[in-house]
Design a protein around this ligand. Structure first.
Ligand code: PMV
Length: 357
């Protein structure tokens, strides 16, 4: 008998990074199809990643899912988004055999507090699942199944919009095009590597999900004016990255983050991801920058934690200054990353393959 080399005998291992939006996605034009209300542009991170493994379980009657060492009941309402994503993937990949999976996922950073765990999480879930179903040895190998990075990114964004931007390294553009959207890399990580020092103000999971938050955006009187200003902001940001103009980029991303949070705070019901402590820190950062102590600019996603963006050559000094001045705040160090990876680990060792043969 030939050694069994069927694709099911192995595990797909996907590592997908998080990304930090410099121009934010907030509000949807079409909820059902996950079409954003505006373009966004993000920087892919290197260290904040999710690693997810997926293994086909023959004769299983359901998928199983484990997150950070804890078994998750996929029938529980709190995990509905994960279950829905697996259903969606199977629907979109109807030409492919998609048996039930055992999925094990691990975030290499705090979950659900504004470090975009949903981007890396849904990205890694998508990549691991298609890896298991195809037995592909890497991302390039998925092309033979029609699964280009673009296609993968579109599948992933169905779970979490921002996940689509995690399928390339460097700077990634998610563009709204009429009633649809497209995703594409804009500049590589090597073109302009920047550092992102994440100040952990709170480790707590956010109470209001971004899914609910997006719905509220349209109720803010500031949302439509925000949308009309976005094309000019995008053009400016592209130029600042192209010309590596750090101070101009910094000023723009701070204004942009505050603009998004102004929409959140003025929505009905109001949404306050930034608390008093974060507000004080933002003022302190601006003050210290003015004094020449902190060559860094902030941005914040849907949580209280602060991403301080600086040029790589200043990262050690920025970190040292923060540690000295704010010893109570823990820091994560990150930088521009190169994108996701997929590997395949065969289940059979040489020895038991021989026994089987
Ligand atoms: O991908 P979602 O639905 O979790 O939305 C993410 C929204 C922000 O992180 C606040 C902004 C962004 O563009 O990533």
């Amino acid at each position: 008998m030939m050694p069994t080399t069927h694709k099911s005998n192995g595990t797909a291992i996907a590592t997908v990074p998080s990304n930090i939006a410099l121009l934010k996605y907030w509000g949807k034009a079409d909820e059902e199809h996950q079409i954003p209300a505006n373009d966004s542009l993000s920087m892919t991170l290197k260290n904040a990643v999710t690693t997810t493994t997926a293994t086909i379980v023959p004769n299983a009657h359901a998928d199983r899912f484990e997150l950070n060492g804890e078994e998750r009941d996929l029938q529980a309402p709190v995990n509905a988004k994960i279950l829905k994503h697996l259903v969606n993937l199977r629907e979109h990949l109807h030409g492919l055999d998609t048996p039930y999976l055992s999925i094990v996922s691990e975030n290499h950073f705090p979950t659900g507090c504004g470090i975009a765990s949903s981007a890396s999480g849904f990205g890694a879930l998508t990549l691991a699942a298609v890896g298991a179903w195809t037995g592909a040895k890497d991302i390039a190998d998925l092309a033979q199944y029609g699964l280009s990075p673009q296609r993968l990114a579109h599948l992933a964004r169905l779970g979490s919009g921002s996940a689509g931007r995690s399928f390339w390294g460097g700077y990634v553009h998610w563009e709204k095009v009429d009633d649809a959207c497209s995703l594409s890399p804009m500049f590589s990580a090597e073109y302009w590597p920047l550092a992102d020092i994440i100040m952990i103000v709170s480790n707590e999971e956010k109470k209001i999900s971004s899914t609910l938050g997006h719905k509220g955006a349209w109720s803010s009187p500031l949302f439509r004016p925000r949308l009309s200003g976005m094309p000019a902001k995008l053009n400016a940001l592209k130029l600042f990255i192209r010309d590596r103009q750090f101070a101009a980029l910094g000023a723009l991303i701070e204004q942009e983050a505050l603009d998004m949070h102004a929409v959140m705070l003025s929505s009905t019901p109001p949404l306050a991801y930034i608390d008093g402590r974060t507000g004080e820190l933002l003022a302190w950062i601006r003050e210290q920058r003015k004094l020449g102590n902190l060559p860094a600019y902030f941005t914040i996603d849907a949580g209280p934690n602060i991403h301080l963006i600086c040029e790589k050559q200043n990262a050690a000094a920025v970190r040292a200054f923060l540690t000295e001045q704010l010893p109570q705040i823990s820091l994560l160090s990150d930088e521009t990353g190169t994108g996701p990876t997929l590997n395949w680990e065969p289940a059979y060792t040489d020895q038991n393959t021989k026994e089987d043969a």
